[in-house]
Design a binder for this molecule. Structure first.
Ligand code: NOJ
Length: 728
């Protein structure tokens, strides 16, 4: 079908048929079309289910080739114009083969592997009938109290943009129409959902438009520039107006200014939520506001289906707005090839072959290893001696709760646990296992068993963390320490004075001060996915050298939150040469700095940085200078180092962050090997949003930093010349 033919389809559609395209419902509604009485709960009350005839254009959360084919077939038998359904689902970090959670993937700084993870997720889900994934989530996150930080790649807009692009490229490939192993991507949550006040989910977001554009919007834009087909709205308000009814955000910025002409979908129930938010008195007003603001598809509520018709009849809504939305949806169906082949990739035989394929598991293992961050390693406790007798203790010693939130289709029983991974590579008499505590309870007997296991071992591996239902949507917490019973267990074991290695499984940066103080080594494993155990055992025994670097700061305590690396200075910064002792910007009872900063992560080897050189200390607009540094692996094992480039604008029209990530590179170095790495600096990289929102640079002094984290850097100064070559 060509563009003109679906235009033609539009001409044949009744208003009701058009409106049905703008409705998205979950699976049970569709099963209900043949199995009467299938729908239960509040959804059953929706008039849309009358006579069990489903008037919707897309389906949420259904997958499985047989299921999708059957729903599509029944739908097409009933649909007068033969317009196929679109199947959308949350394929966030894998379909059946589960990769580490996105925050962990962020810590890999490995864009190629991130892209590969999305390709695999697309492959597995497409063959299972999915057409669109609700990913990537690129919300900038600075508050670990928010349970959804695990869905983002972190606190930096440059890094989030790079990952956003990589995920979109991986999901969509180059040819959505003909490549049946691809799915369309839907970037979310537009916009700034990650800035919810107090880290409480769904809460208010309020910031200047300048900050919105400077820090929060770039990653959505990057995903769209990479060709992302869809956008999902956010639940929060932006400057007093819920994102889902926010015309300025969607029509003016997203559509007009950025030229986005794809499909915009509300988040679940977000159109109806305009009522409790307090910008609509009833569903009719909510429907009017959302559609006028630009929402094409209403997910899971019935404001559109109930009220758009009368809004048009009463002259309150122009039919053209509905037509435009319908056309965008039809265009996406066309692009996915659904008019030609409504079943698209859904293939019952191939599904058996492809889903969970060994190659996919291998990629999941590789990414889990690269996403793990070594936070502490005193006295080279890690890697473990291969002969060492190990006590594996803690609620994650044998837990298969390794997939993390948003992994509904991943099978926990297929996740490799730490214990299973140990069993595969070590004789049984070389390790013992004790649960020690559950996630949030501990008994004297459990501690006694743990101590007995530890007493008999050369080294203790503590596997501690949050269960996966402690992070993710609607899982905000004000206490971001490990549950107290696990700390009690750790302290009891540490008192034996054996070497203690703690592996953490969690979905957010935690306050781990008391974990670090009772451990000789700490590995942050996040929720590592289907191959977690295998990856971790390889890391423990040095088969793989850790190389992950934090993409979100770990606070020293919750009172510091939000604490992030690219903050502004103040007029009274702590530690300045002329600073007073008392009247400076500081906490009386805690440091200003996080416990572990953005970009931080250790290795089993050492990397020395030397000789940071600039090709010139003057940069002219239109040209570039090179910043070069030599990195040497001074240890005795091979390793990979993520070399990071940051820049600070010393004095701008607007105050500028202390440091901003501008580039990075992963270097693989054999023992004793040195490599020189060069970064190119151009005037474009120095641009930012000014008071009048113009995006430009300020001539003058800059400082450039290269190093192994946002805190550990070498620096040089340079000057950005004015156009024409004068200094400021
Ligand atoms: C609500 C979540 O906020 C969103 O991220 C998700 O894609 C939808 N539900 C659909 O499940």
């Amino acid at each position: 079908m060509t563009a003109s033919s679906y235009q033609h389809l539009l001409a044949d559609m009744t208003l009701q048929e058009k409106i049905s395209q703008l409705v998205q419902l979950a699976g049970p509604f569709f099963k209900g079309s043949t199995e009467t009485g299938h729908i239960t709960g509040p959804m059953a009350e929706m008039p849309i289910t009358e006579n069990h005839i489903i008037n919707a254009g897309s389906v949420l959360g259904v997958s499985g080739a047989a299921e999708v084919r059957s729903i599509q077939k029944k739908h097409l038998e009933q649909n007068r114009l033969g317009i196929p359904l679109l199947f959308m689902a949350d394929i966030i970090h894998g379909y059946k083969t589960i990769f580490p959670v996105p925050l962990a993937i962020g810590c890999s700084w490995d864009l190629k592997l991130a892209k590969r993870s999305a390709e695999i997720a697309a492959r597995e889900s497409s063959v299972s009938g999915v057409h669109v994934t609700f990913a990537p989530m690129v919300d900038l996150v600075r508050d670990p109290r928010w349970g959804r930080v695990m869905e983002s790649t972190g606190e930096d807009s440059y890094l989030n943009s790079a990952f956003g692009r990589a995920f979109v490229e991986g999901f969509q490939g180059n040819d959505l129409t003909n490549n049946l192993e691809s799915v369309a991507a839907c970037v979310k949550h537009f916009a700034a959902y990650g800035a919810a006040e107090g880290g409480r989910d769904y809460n208010t977001v309020d910031m200047s438009e300048r900050e919105l554009r400077e820090s929060y919007l770039p990653a959505y834009k990057a995903a769209l520039d990479a060709g992302c087909e869809m956008v999902m709205t956010a639940f929060n308000t932006v400057d007093g107006i819920p994102a889902t009814g926010n015309k300025e955000l969607m029509r003016d910025l997203l559509r007009e200014e950025w030229g986005f002409d794809g499909v915009l979908i509300s988040d679940w129930g977000a159109v109806k939520e305009l009522i409790p938010h307090g910008v609509a008195e009833n569903e009719k007003e909510a429907a009017l506001k959302a559609l006028t603001a630009g929402v094409d598809i209403e997910m899971m509520t019935e404001c559109y289906v109930q009220h758009l018709e009368s809004l048009v009849a009463e002259g309150l809504l122009k039919i053209e707005l509905i037509d435009e939305a319908v056309l965008r949806i039809l265009a996406l169906k066309e692009k996915l090839g659904l008019f030609e082949n409504p079943f698209r990739g859904a293939d019952i035989e191939l599904e058996k072959e492809i889903v969970g394929h060994a190659d996919h598991r291998q990629a999941a293992k590789e990414l889990a290893a690269k996403s793990t961050v070594l936070l502490k390693n005193n006295k080279q406790t890690l890697p473990l001696d291969k002969q060492a007798k190990v006590a594996l203790i803690g609620p994650f010693a044998e837990s298969n709760d390794l997939l993390g939130p948003w992994s509904a289709l991943g099978a926990r029983e297929e996740a490799v646990t730490l214990r299973q991974a140990f069993e595969q590579i070590r004789p049984v008499n070389t390790f013992t296992v004790a649960e020690g505590s559950s996630i949030d309870q501990v008994s004297k007997e459990q501690i006694a068993q743990a101590l007995a296991a530890a007493a008999d071992a050369d080294v203790v591996v503590m596997a501690l963390g949050e269960s996966s239902n402690m992070s993710g949507e609607a899982c905000s917490r004000t206490n971001i320490q490990l549950p107290a019973p696990q700390i009690e267990l750790l302290q009891a074991v540490a008192a034996l004075k054996k070497p203690v290695v703690t592996i953490l499984f969690n979905g957010r940066p935690l306050d781990i001060t008391n974990v670090v103080s009772h451990s000789d080594a700490v590995l942050e494993a996040w929720f590592p996915g289907s191959e977690g155990g295998n990856a971790l055992v390889d890391l423990l025994f040095g088969e793989i050298n850790p190389s992950g670097k934090l993409s979100m700061s770990f606070p020293s305590n919750v009172g510091q939150v939000p604490v992030y690396y690219n903050h502004f200075n103040t007029g009274r910064p702590k530690g300045a040469p002329d600073a007073q002792v008392h009247y400076v910007s500081q906490y009386l009872d805690a440091p200003n700095k996080p416990l572990f900063p953005f970009g931080f992560g250790l290795s089993y080897t050492h990397f020395n940085y030397e000789e940071l050189k600039l090709s010139s200390v003057e940069l002219s607009p239109g040209s570039s200078i090179q910043a070069t540094i030599t990195v040497t692996n001074s240890g005795d094992v091979s390793g990979e180092e993520i070399v990071q480039l940051y820049i600070r604008d010393i004095a701008g029209e607007i105050v500028r962050p202390m440091k901003e990530l501008k580039d990075f590179a992963r270097l693989a170095l054999a023992p004793g090997e040195s490599k020189e790495i060069s970064f190119s600096i151009t005037e474009e990289q120095l641009r930012y949003h000014h008071k009048d929102l113009s995006f430009k640079s300020d001539p003058g002094a800059f400082e450039l930093f290269i190093g192994s984290s946002s805190e550990h850097t070498f620096s040089q100064s340079f000057i950005l010349l004015k156009e024409g070559g004068q200094s400021k």
